[in-house]
Design a protein around this ligand. Sequence first.
Ligand code: SAM
Length: 206
Amino acid sequence: MTEIFHKDDFKWSEYYTAIKGSPPRETLISALELFDKENIVSEKLLAIDLGCGSGRDTFELLKRGWNVFAIDKEQSGIDIIIGALPPEFRNKLTLVVSSFEKINLPPADLVNASYSLPFCLPEHFDELWMKIENSVLSGGRFSGVFFGLNDDWSKFSDMTFLEKNKINGMFNNFTIEYFNEKDEDGETSTGEKKHWHVYSVIAKKK
Ligand SMILES: C[S@@+](CC[C@H](N)C(=O)[O-])C[C@H]1O[C@@H](n2cnc3c(N)ncnc32)[C@H](O)[C@@H]1O
């Protein structure tokens, strides 16, 4: 089985090409619907898109009026966002090239991390989570995805895989609004077979 994210010559740009034109992640959409129910004025709110890649979630946030602080370690993803950015969104978006391991996060109404946190080095994950937790304002939300121990890629020591109990504990200062576990065979975005063990979470900070 080919593990695209661990091939020696793997480049994230291959992933960005594979997902070109893909819709925003469902977890983000559900989180935004929860904000909408609270009659928020999105133009006044800030979302961090952590591990934004080529911007499938970043663009959805911008379209809905949010200010966005989008971070990724890959310049190639950021360049795709710059190339596709309509002029009217320029003053709503801050783009930062940084790794999770070195990142500083501003206070935010939403921290969104779609399929990105599992790529944090395990020894840096707790510190990163503390930064995320501190960044989310009271009444704000986290939306994102973690990988569980049954995932095919859990044999890779440079990625982070979490037990359900650990994930629940990380949200002690939040109210969990959505928690979904998928533990099933599927495919990667480039069409390779893979067992996915994925936890999707939306939570509101107390
Ligand atoms: C699977 S992609 C997800 C991208 C986007 N959020 C999406 O849903 O399409 C994972 C992203 O995390 C980024 N990433 C991986 N390791 C990272 C790290 N240590 N620091 C910052 N970003 C990282 C990659 O560059 C990539 O863009």
